[in-house]
Design a protein around this ligand. Sequence first.
Ligand SMILES: Nc1ncnc2c1ncn2[C@@H]1O[C@H](COP(=O)(O)OP(=O)(O)OP(=O)(O)O)[C@@H](O)[C@H]1O
Ligand SMILES: [Mg+2]
Length: 247
Amino acid sequence: MLELQGVAKRYPNGHLALDSLDLALPAGRITVVIGPSGCGKSTLLRLLVGLEAPTAGRILLDGEALHGPSPAIGVVFQEPRLFPWLDVLHNVAFGLSRRLPWRERRELALRACARVGLAAAVEALPKQLSGGMAQRAALARALVARPPVLLLDEPFSALDAVLRAQLQAELLRLWGEDRPTLLLVTHDLDEAVLLADEVVVLGGRPGRIVSRLEIALPRPREPHRPAFQMLRARLLSALPSYNLQAA
Ligand SMILES: Nc1ncnc2c1ncn2[C@@H]1O[C@H](COP(=O)(O)OP(=O)(O)OP(=O)(O)O)[C@@H](O)[C@H]1O
Ligand SMILES: [Mg+2]
């Protein structure tokens, strides 16, 4: 279980991005965070990965305070962030501890590439990959160590609609194998209802939780069904209005 208790984040320039955030990510469930641009979603994710430290409150992983990056937490950012000089296999192997012998890392990386449908592209350099393939490679790098917690920041937002739907389905399949605790940030209401066990709506400046919505639909979910559309409509009305003037 990953838990935030009274977490605030003030950046060095004085900007308060998040305030008084209490949130528990239940083990093995999918929590989706949604909210207007600038409300602190990526900040929340960077805090959970240990890339930023909270200025108040604390973050607990299985009851222990989190200080800095943990091998128990895998992450996929909005852009793939691959090393351009490494091929897919070596990029994915980068998600594993250097203490493992290379032969073992290679084996695990090959398996992770196969899990995301990249078996034929392990020798490709990032510049030779399409956007979808690069994002798969980033997903494989996050999954290769089979972390119990997986965090994703708008991982599919740069992809076209068909690819996005494919990768959403693949993510669900991969999640079903190990059942990691999953937190996904998105702007996409359909993605939220499709994937989430619970949607957490962030809003305001500084960002706070403004609403939470359980999604109890059985999987696989069908977007054209009335129950799906009803939840989507509820989510839309829970979103704070996008006030561009205040931004
Ligand atoms: N390093 C930083 N220093 C100062 N302010 C920052 C820093 N990073 C982010 N911010 C500010 O904190 C607020 C939250 O930023 P964050 O990136 O978390 O928003 P977001 O919800 O992820 O937005 P988007 O949906 O556009 O990705 C914004 O107002 C942003 O300008
Ligand atoms: Mg962001």
